[in-house]
Design a protein around this ligand. Structure first.
Ligand code: FES
Length: 97
């Protein structure tokens, strides 16, 4: 894994809560999301077919639960690919499955 690098991409006034922005850093597109004042950045390329993640929806997911029970949770924590819906944890970048 590469060294962590801090690169200014825009002012906070340009990315209000609920907004998203696409920036380019060293030739790589990065999608930045402001969720209630918390900023998240992900590579703007779905690992499946390379679709632009900046257009993805942000929602929650079904949680582990007992049989015949359906529990929805983690609202506003999951970024979904706009093409096939692959979900990623916005806080960690990890795939849901
Ligand atoms: S292109 Fe993103 S899940 Fe298929």
């Amino acid at each position: 894994m590469g060294e962590l690098k801090h690169v200014p991409v825009c002012s906070i006034e340009d990315l209000q809560s609920g907004q998203r922005k696409l920036v380019k850093v060293d030739g790589t597109e990065i999608a930045i999301f402001n969720l209630k004042g918390q900023l998240y950045a992900v590579r703007n390329k779905c690992p499946h077919q390379g679709v632009s993640m900046v257009y993805g929806s942000i929602d929650g997911t079904m949680l582990p639960s007992d049989p015949h029970t359906y529990d929805y949770g983690r609202h506003n924590e999951i970024l979904r690919c706009p093409l096939h819906g692959w979900g990623f944890d916005l806080k960690t970048g990890e795939s849901l499955f």
